[in-house]
Design a protein. Sequence first.
Length: 183
Amino acid sequence: MAKVTAISGYKPFELGIYKNDHPAVKYIKTAIKRHLLNLLDEGLEWVLISGQLGVECWSAEVVLELQDEYPDLKLAILTPFLEQEEKWSDQNKEYYEMISAQADFYESISRQPYQSPSQFQVKNRLFLHKSDCLIMMYDEQQEGSPKYFLEEARKYKDTIQYDIRIIDFYELQVIMEEDQWNM
């Protein structure tokens, strides 16, 4: 029974997405919502993200929408380091602030600003130890930053019962075709 689910995946530029109203975002959010609804039926209580732009923030939007129907569902944002949004555009900062202001829990794992990639490794390990499940948007055909977290999750799964659910491009293609069929 997954009580806490971590969600991660591509950053927007890795998908060629530069605006949150890009048509592909709708399909990504639909896939995330489907996975979360299945997990809610299994007792999901918390969704955990690090606040990265892209899949993680879009997931936060989905959680915030689902809270209308599932008021016990909670959103936690644990950033890998302080001020992760410092170098983002004003538009991205504003979007991130809108999401983080609505989170049920918000904290930085490291009490320092960015210092090294090890802060991401610490975040990945913490997320695995604090969650029962990982929803990862990743496709083996298109490498990107989620690869490292997924590799760590697969190693972790070798030692403990851990649920990994992958959203790949095939799943998104099916959702897109269903949407076009229903138009």
